[in-house]
Design a protein around this ligand. Sequence first.
Ligand code: TNX
Length: 521
Amino acid sequence: MNKTSYLLSVIVLILQLSLFSCGQEHGVESNLADENLIPYPVSLKATHIAYDLSKDRKIYIDGENAELNSLAKYLSESIKFATGLQFEIVNSLKLNDNGIQLSLVALDSIRNKEAYFLQIQQEYVKLQANSEEGIFRGIQTLLQVIPAASISDSIQLNQYYLPSGEIVDFPRFEHRGIMLDVVRHFFEVKDVKRLIDLMSLYKMNKLHLHLADDQGWRIEIKSWPNLAIYGGSTEVGGTKGGFYTQKEFKEIVEYAVSKYITIIPEIDMPGHTNAALASYAELNCDKKARKLYTGTKVGFSSLCVRDELTYTFIEDVIRELAEISPSKYIHIGGDESHSTTHKDYIYFIDRVLGIVEKHGKHIIGWDEISHAAIDSNTVAQYWANKKNAQLAVKKGAKVIFSPASLAYLDMKYHKNTKLGLKWAGVIEVDKAYNWLPDTLVDGILEENILGIEAPLWTETVENVEDMDFMLFPRLLGYAEIAWSPAETIKWNNYKLRLAKHGKRLDELDVNFYKSELIDWK
Ligand code: TNX
């Protein structure tokens, strides 16, 4: 062998060796366990050989199923946004197909309707679930596994390796929510839809809309038109308010349904009702209309509890709301009724409870409602008073955890945060994350808890940038506590995963708070 051919064969050998170690045929090393999933799944097993997303570019669904088909479309659009890769949807699935496969199967060991099983192999990606909802939750996991650096129009790599392995996953709590106060400052339909999109990326499934308060009435009620037209005309600070027509509200509801999120409407009463009392003189005990209110005080207004007209009014409102709202629950507020006597308060809540039940819905109310005749159909939202929450549980009700000192998205991150309030303390990103609802109140155990909800009150939140800033990144933490097993809630691990989501939030144009506790990547 002469010198040149020796050199050539060495080069060929080196080439072969390098192909062997990282070529397509033998796979690219990867570790699913290194991914930065939020919320972290119930179980994850890495198998170390990556799937090349750019290889097949097909999404297979198991037969003709319109809902599965729109999920496949949603997945292909999301992949396109993240990578630029165009995927074809195929409405049949055969044994030897590769690509990404979505199918409904009975996951024998997991009965939960949101459960999913995700298998990423060198040859294919299989996502299986008991229901379409489970497929949607699983898609969110899959999307987080696509290299985050690529979620950009500007970076167009040709290959996207997804780390391989198996994930079995289902939520710890059924209710994983955000509340948005659209009263103190009004938010347009498109802003609410954007919030729905963002929440859904982190597997949240309930959006509670606070639709009526002292400063505004934000939903059209056809039998009492002045509520929205006059009562909705202003907001905090005296700027122009707004309201959703019933058509717009339905549009929000339907949009939310497409992202497997339920809209829970709230009409706060008997307090927090100045906007209604300003719109109709006859709702006041003295029959004199109140002035529109654009300040931020609470506790000064009350419906006229012993007047029958009040219940005609409530019946009309609940009937119209129930008709446009598929949610099992209507939230009736019931908080801070400082201008209603205790006796009147109980009388009032009991009557409203009956009205809501008559229209086929159950009530959710802030924790004060536990003093009324509530039962196991009722849900109490714990925000301030542990005793109220315990009383609700004694009566068989379930509890949603929104403790103000841990879960209020309108609390400042630290004392110098420009936006927000601090009556319940400041809530840095670690404090927002580091708690478990079932260890907070004596006697309230996992089985008494429907879930977690983080409310964004908007006295100081005027626009979408403000909203983003208060919501993110805390929302990710609430999503994880609500979804992931208690054992995985560990700040030291979470903060590393959160760091990698900064890039993703940037790509989504989310104006998030860049906490110094996080080493943002
Ligand atoms: C208390 S939480 C309220 C709201 C305020 C909020 C401000 C609750 C049930 N009532 O009316 O907007 O504090 O943080």
